[in-house]
Design a protein around this ligand. Sequence first.
Ligand SMILES: Nc1ncnc2c1ncn2[C@@H]1O[C@H](COP(=O)(O)OP(=O)(O)OP(=O)(O)O)[C@@H](O)[C@H]1O
Ligand SMILES: [Mg+2]
Length: 359
Amino acid sequence: MASIRLERIVKDYSTLRAIQGIDLDISDGEFVAFVGPSGCGKSTLLRMVAGLEEITSGTLRIGDRVVNDIEPRDRDVAMVFQDYALYPHMTIAENIGFGLKMRGVKKTDIEKQVQRTAEILQIGDLLERKPGQLSGGQRQRAAMGRAIVRNPQVFLFDEPLSNLDAKLRVAMRIQIKRLHEMLGTTTIYVTHDQVEAMTLADRVVILRGGEIVQAGSPAEVYSSPNCQFVGEFIGSPQMNVLRARVQRLEGETTLEIADARIPLKHIDLPTGAEIHVGIRPEHLDWCLPENARFSPVLDVYEPLGSDTMAICLLEGQELTARLDPKLPLKRKEKIHLNFSIENLHVFDRESGNAVRFVA
Ligand SMILES: Nc1ncnc2c1ncn2[C@@H]1O[C@H](COP(=O)(O)OP(=O)(O)OP(=O)(O)O)[C@@H](O)[C@H]1O
Ligand SMILES: [Mg+2]
C-alpha cells in the first residue's frame, strides 16, 4: 500500500487547461472519491495518477517515489474502467491471470492467485466462461479481479458501476466497500454519483472546472458545504435554495425569506445584503400552523413509500420537503413547515461562498 501526493498538478490539452493546479494528499489505505459534473476533470486526474495521461506540470508521488516519468506498468497501480475492457476471447480465469502471465509468474502460482481472487469476488464458479457469457455485474467483478490479483499498491476506479442497473449498482457498491475493508488498499474512485461517493469514501473530493472545490469526510461536505455548488451537489434530493436578505430592525438581525423572518444572533454581512439560503428537504418538518416558519402551497407530491417528497411553492420559489408518508397531503393547500436555524446554510449570492452566522 502507499500514500499518494499531488502537488500543483496541471494538465493542458492544447489550449484547454483541464486541471488547474491541484494539491491533494491521500493517506496510505484511504478511500477517496472524486465527484463533480461531467467534464470537471475527474478522469483526467485519475489517468494522470495511473500514468495514462502525461502530467503538464506539478509533482505526483506514490509512496516515496516521484512517478511523473514512470511508466504505468511500473507504478504498481491497477485501474478498473466503466467498460470493463475484458478480452472477449479469453476465459475469465485467463482474463484475471493475464497480467501475471505477462510478468512471467509461474503457471501454478497464477492458478492459485486467480482462485483466491475469484473467491474474494464470489466468481469462483464462473472462471471457465467467456466474458460474453456473464451478466454485467459478473463482468464487472471479473474486471475487478484482474485489478485485485496483482495486489497493487493503489486501486483506481473510473465510474466502474455506471453501466449497471440501479439494483446491481447498490449490490456492487457494497462489494467494493467490503473489498476495501478486507484489503485496505489505497483507492481513488471516480464517480459523478454523489451517493456512491458518500457511501464508499473516507473522503469526498468535489471538483469543478479542474479545481478542487471542497474535500472532506462525507459528514463534513454534507453538513458544512463551503459553497452553494457543494451544498446543491451533495445530498439527495437536492438542497433547496431560496433568495433572502439580511435585515436589522431595532438591533435585531433577521433573515427575510419570502414572508418569513428568521432571527439570528449574528451574521458577517451588512444590512440589506442579498443572499441565498439553503435548507435540505430532510430538515423541513411538518408542524402546526402556529409553529410554522414557512407556509407554502403544496404543488405536487411524490409518495416514495418510506417518505413523501412534497414540492411546494413559497411566494413563487420552489421548496421540497421530505415528509412522513402518513401525513394527509392535499394539492393546492397550504402546508406548515418548521426547521431548526442551525440547519440553514447561508451563501453569498454573487460568489456562492458560504457565510458564517450564529443562530
Ligand atoms: N484527450 C483529450 N483531448 C482534449 N481534451 C480533453 C481530452 N480528454 C479530456 N478532455 C477535456 O478535459 C476536460 C476534463 O475531462 P474529463 O474526461 O477529465 O472529465 P470528467 O470529469 O471525467 O467527465 P465525465 O463525468 O463526463 O467522465 C473536459 O473539458 C474534456 O473535454
Ligand atoms: Mg470521466
